[in-house]
Design a protein around this ligand. Structure first.
Ligand SMILES: Nc1ncnc2c1ncn2[C@@H]1O[C@H](COP(=O)(O)OP(=O)(O)O)[C@@H](O)[C@H]1O
Ligand SMILES: [Mg+2]
Length: 149
């Protein structure tokens, strides 16, 4: 199941993040795809704000930032990872079992580490242009979520 959206502004991208935040469930996995400046972090910021976390910073250098929201938010950025092994070496499996919301920027860098059931968010566009967002649901929970979005 897929859904295409046109997201005109940064504010609209934050709002999409909040809409996802309202519907994701403990243990959710969201894989974010898109080039540098696509708006992946803007979406995560909107989701974090929805959960009451005002300062979402980019985890590009730390690979993961964890926020004590309810459920907890695990914000990953795979940009600087060489491969999946590096992800597993930093305790990735633990994050997957902790019933948080796990968001993975640059998911294309670690394709073998993505759970079978997941929501994918593909963002195209850059600069001040509107973004084309394609949401793809894998697994029944995510299909239901996407139908209601
Ligand atoms: N419609 C839009 N949606 C998201 N971001 C937008 C949009 N229009 C302009 N922008 C800008 O694009 C940039 C996206 O940056 P960021 O979210 O950090 O990208 P990424 O994490 O994908 O590398 C921000 O500077 C934001 O202000
Ligand atoms: Mg980013």
């Amino acid at each position: 199941m897929e859904k295409d959206l046109l997201i005109a502004t940064e504010g609209d991208m934050e709002a999409l993040g909040a809409r996802l935040g309202a519907r994701l469930f403990p243990g959710s996995f969201v894989a974010l795809f898109g080039d540098l400046g696509a708006g992946k972090s803007v979406l995560v910021r909107g989701l974090g704000r929805y959960l009451g976390q005002d300062h979402i910073s980019s985890p590009t250098f730390t690979i993961v930032q964890e926020y004590p929201t309810e459920p907890p938010l695990f914000h990953f950025d795979a940009y600087r990872l060489a491969d999946e092994d590096e992800l597993y070496a930093m305790g990735y499996e633990d994050y997957l079992t902790r019933k948080g919301l796990l968001l993975m920027e640059w998911a294309q860098r670690v394709p073998l580490a993505l759970p079978k059931n997941r929501l994918e968010v593909h963002i195209a566009g850059s600069g001040a242009e509107p973004r084309q967002v394609r949401l793809v649901a894998f697994g029944t929970e995510y299909q239901a979520l996407l139908e209601e979005l």
